[in-house]
Design a binder for this molecule. Sequence first.
Ligand code: GLN
Ligand code: ZN
Length: 769
Amino acid sequence: MTTKSAAAAARATVYGYPRQGRHRELKKAVEGYWKGRVTADALRATAAELRRTTWQELAGAGIDEVPTGDFSYYDHVLDASVMVGAVPERHRAAVAADPLDGYFAMARGTQDAAPLEMTKWFDTNYHYLVPELGPDTVFSADSTQQVTEFEEALALGLTARPVLLGPVSYLLLAKPAPGVAEGFDPLTLLDRLLPVYAEVLADLRAAGAEWVQLDEPALVQDRTPAQLDAAERAYRSLGALADRPRLLVASYFDRLGDALPVLAKAPVDGLALDFTEAAAGNLDALAAVGGLPGKRLVAGVVNGRNIWVNDLERSLSVLGTLLGLADRVDVAASCSLLHVPLDASLERDIEPQIRRWLAFARQKTAELVTLAKGLTRGTDAIASELAANRADLASRASSPITHDQAVRGRTTAVTEADARRSQPYPERAAAQRAHLGLPLLPTTTIGSFPQTGELRAARADLRAGRIDTAGYEERIKDEIREVIAFQEKTGLDVLVHGEPERNDMVQYFAEQLTGYLATRHGWVQSYGTRYVRPPILAGDISRPEPMTVRWTTYAQSLTERPVKGMLTGPVTMLAWSFVRDDQPLGETARQVALALRDEVRDLEAAGTSVIQVDEPALRETLPLRTADRPAYLDWATEAFRLTTAGVRPDTQIHTHMCYAEFGDIVQAIDDLDADVISLEATRSHMQVARELAAHGYPREAGPGVYDIHSPRVPSTEEAADLLRIGLRAIPAERLWVNPDCGLKTRDWPEVRSALEHLVTAARAVRAEL
Ligand code: GLN
Ligand code: ZN
């Protein structure tokens, strides 16, 4: 394929870049500031230096237009709240006294004022702080951050484009402030918000901004006619402003759907659209509305949220098609590069051949520059890049790592029966009752016990060679003994080993499965100063040997009571990793499920009668568009059942999920066919128990009665009251007693009293039955 050169030179750009710096300088500076070890000035200087380095690196690599305003000390949605003056009442004094401390108070809370609620940014693992709005919200413009950062880039002689969260998405991501009626719709504040955006745009224009990007990712979700109408009004109004910068409205993560014609017709100067697989449909939809005559199109052809090298020829062919649909086509990553690590070339532990398959932020930047060059000057101008890219793609496609015939053979041979328990639930339940002999309202925990300083020190000692594997394992065993002894003494019915050997519930398994890659420097922001290193599902997945059996059987050898085996489920393994893009997700899930199925069987064979397969991420990977959800839930529930269905009827399968809203997936929870499910329920006063009952959920459930996100220890009465509420929805024969989630983030003293109260509460309520 040869692309003729485009009329205008295509520019390469990005919407955002990893914020933390090569050595996570930002995390260190911010946390140092919180601890009083770093001054505000030093923190600001570090931040400015990181921005400068990033822009110069981007410009040096050939990015024509660098983003500004994407940097954040904590979160860009919180920054937007500051920009529009939406500071909750309870934080106003702090913000007035010191804007920086007030900012962190909103993010993290103080003794007297709760932080803003945190929730996931669409279907990514980034978390944002939810704006709190009400009918009395008064917005006021504060363009300081946006203008300052733009001027910094300008002073470096760069062409920069400020990036702001758009007004419609800002409101759609908000929720009613505490004390405001649930029914309040933040979108009703649009007319009040638009003048504030107009002011910020005017300030940026005055500072010299030619283009400003307004991000509207919320428009890729299903939207009502009223919401689409709000988008139409917003951009008609902003478009009509006199003396404004040119407006680029950006969307990503999925297709725009009904919002596409709305934005295409709006009097703005350009659209940035996602053209990756995740947003399939945008290209046809754009052609269907007749393209964007007179407008600039920024084409997100390089996936901004996975870590795979781009198929440059395929991208060029998409770009070639787009040339016919807009006045000018520029090249971008599909979304901010915030969601990928910085630099794959730092991963010296990954074989060079495999490292070439990876593209982190820096490599993606290079891809964008190559694509822009190819689009402008024709493919001959990038012949050597294309050849190298073809070789990398071919090496990945033909590698034995991505094509393990044994694994492939097994997944193709999977039958419907493999994903079905051998007996229906009622018969299994009877067998399990006989086998386990548990009391009514059995008590248990979700798996982890406090990850103490000693445990972390033991891992650090092992890494540093101060102790050997045997020494490390002794420490883990000491911990298991303590955890088992405590649970016996406290009177819990189904025990756990406490997961002391696990650094992280996904990484622990990823490290032991063939086909998974771990990174050393692949940090990605999860929220605030918390960064994670998601492992990479790179090849076909197999399990060379058992992963957990040793620890579970050791724990079981210490007690007569059942010890629950503990695994992370296939959906969560995918959700918290970088996934393959060369096969359907369902296929990858099936491979992981089969590996876990072997672990489940080995646990059973070693005498484990209760096995829990955690799926806390089942709901969070739900596709953004409702139309795409059934297909996802299909493969997701199949993968769970494939993991668990191979056991005897009298082996009890548990699962666990932790989030409050799952009204929309009750059917999927039912389809998992787990014998017992534990769920977060304390804060919602057992709402989920009522939802399960309303659905007619037929199996056992443990709605949590101990909120583990808080250091507060619930009293026996509180726990007992919650149980009584639970009993109104779920009969005693099917109700379990447990905390909301694992205890790894809590301290031993809290955990001790909380679990004692939980057991006492269960006994008291049992006595009432
Ligand atoms: N078994 C895990 C634990 O207890 C579950 C964690 C989770 O749900 N996120 O830590
Ligand atoms: Zn949980």
